[in-house]
Design a protein around this ligand. Structure first.
Ligand code: SF4
Length: 488
């Protein structure tokens, strides 16, 4: 069994997850080879075997190894060395068609296919994969982007994909692989339903390093936002031992950084929307004994705002070794009415109608405690009115002084809203455009400062830092030209 991913995922983004957002952009004014080097350089490999791989792919690898399969995870450019004897090629994907929120927004504005979609298609169209298929290898696709195949039903057929696995696959992966080897018929699209979600004991620990030391600390979310598919999964938190075991795998491979991954790291170990002081503190104390630098994948503003004292304590623990840390944070809207309708528990333990104040309080605490959030807003939510957009613009204005990135994303129908219409560029009103430019101005105002923080003390990346500053300057100039012509 050979596992791989396309180049946009098989990268450590110069040890900076924020740079991974660069894969959502389409080819642009920077020559492709330069852009790829600066935003998604290929991960190193030993004889083609990846020294680190996306966490989801490592989980699949661990599950297959646990079930006795002979598995190897390789870089896409080295696939040719391994496919000769491969019976199954498993491809991990995050956003195969560039229709996830970030990439579809950029693709709509810049009217081109994003890099991540281009590289995914390129991998499946490659002569190596074509040859492997002629040799009888089966192609299985999995990962968080598998849902997108429901919107591109012909792609799997035209590209010789045998099966797409959607959902948490631990309990089904081995059975599917074995069925393939036994020549049984397999559904072209296999969705793992909630009843097949793995319990904690079913989830294997990774056995090889993950990119940038990412380790999961839990799965699921209790907030139930209607536009999100995570909410359909049960909430489970890993024990310290399990988390530390995976961190040890990364540390043993020389990885001195760690990204804790959960939908809301602040709620680690909690069964409600209130943080568990003891569990969160102990987790951070433990993790910081093993790593030199820490980041969070996501956290909620409400959990931060609900316990400022705890958040400051965590910040002190983290900042014993580093000046700042980052996380992705969902603002989504500045309208209390929209918050009440589609994400009533996002502000909990506060009331949904208090959402803008919760956002300001949480962001203020992050600023004071040096957590840098990359925030998302959703543009074009169902039932959104002009008054709602104006409230979001007011909120963005209030956040001017907060060290952060704010990224507006077009609405993508997922979760309970999966039957709603996609939001398209053609539907953008003048207010939407103003909101987009307002966010761009916010980000440009902070980017130089963020680049300085991100690369502080790393002499060897001085050259990279200068490139990102020049890139930001050029992008700012281009955006302003567009802004003037669009808003005139
Ligand atoms: S808080 Fe985040 S992860 Fe949880 S349901 Fe809402 S959008 Fe999804």
């Amino acid at each position: 069994m050979v596992l791989t991913s396309d180049r946009t995922l098989m990268s450590n983004y110069h040890n900076n997850e924020f740079l991974g957002f660069g894969t959502c952009a389409p080819p642009n004014f920077i020559p492709e080879w330069i852009y790829s080097f600066f935003f998604f350089p290929s991960i190193k490999s030993k004889s083609g075997v990846s020294i680190a791989a996306p966490y989801g792919l490592r989980k699949a690898e661990a599950q297959l190894l646990k079930e006795g399969f002979n598995v190897i995870t390789v870089n896409p450019e080295n696939l040719g060395d391994y496919v000769e004897e491969a019976k199954i090629i498993g491809v991990h994907t995050m956003d195969p068609f560039g229709i996830g929120p970030a990439s579809s927004t950029l693709a709509a504005i810049l009217k081109k296919e994003p890099y991540l979609a281009k590289h995914f298609r390129g991998l499946l169209d490659s002569s190596v994969v074509t040859k492997a298929k002629k040799n009888g290898a089966k192609i299985i696709i999995g990962g968080p982007g598998a849902w997108q195949f429901r919107y591109r039903p012909k792609f799997a057929k035209t590209h010789g994909i045998d099966c797409v696995v959607e959902g948490e696959a631990e309990n089904v992966l081995g059975r599917l692989f074995r069925a393939f080897l036994d020549g049984e018929d397999i559904p072209e699209h296999f969705t793992v339903d909630i009843r097949n979600s793995p319990v904690l004991e079913d989830i294997p620990n990774i056995v090889n390093p993950s990119i940038n030391g990412l380790v999961e600390i839990g799965r699921g979310c209790c907030r139930g936002c209607e536009f999100c598919n995570v909410t359909q999964r049960p909430l489970r938190w890993y024990q310290y031992e399990k988390i530390m075991c995976e961190i040890n795998v990364n540390v043993a491979a020389g990885m001195n950084m760690c990204c804790l991954h959960a939908e809301d790291v602040m709620l680690y170990g909690s069964r409600s929307t209130k943080p568990n002081d003891e569990k969160l503190t102990n987790l951070h104390k433990l993790v910081m004994t093993k790593t030199e630098s820490l980041s969070w994948s996501h956290c909620s503003l409400a959990a931060v705002a609900s316990n400022p004292r705890l958040f400051s304590k965590i910040s002190e623990i983290v900042r014993e070794k580093q000046a700042w840390w980052g996380a992705e944070v969902g603002i989504e809207t500045g309208s209390p009415e929209i918050a009440k309708k589609i994400m009533p528990a996002k502000a909990h333990p506060f009331k949904a109608e208090e959402w803008p104040e919760v956002v300001q309080a949480g962001m203020g605490l992050m600023h004071d405690n040096m957590l840098i959030p990359a925030c998302t807003l959703i543009v074009g939510l169902p039932e959104e009115r002009e008054a709602d957009i104006l409230k979001t613009m007011e909120l963005v204005d209030d956040l001017k002084g907060i060290r952060s990135l704010i990224v507006p994303l077009f609405f993508v129908p997922l979760g309970k809203l999966q039957h709603e219409d996609w939001f398209r560029k053609a539907e953008m009103t003048e207010l939407h455009k103003q909101l987009l430019f307002q966010c761009a101005e916010h980000d440009f105002a902070w980017l130089d400062n963020l680049i300085d923080l991100a690369f502080a003390g790393k002499w060897y990346v001085r050259f990279l830092k200068e490139f990102y500053k020049v890139f930001t300057g050029l992008a700012k100039r281009k955006a302003r030209q567009v802004e003037v012509s669009v808003l005139r």
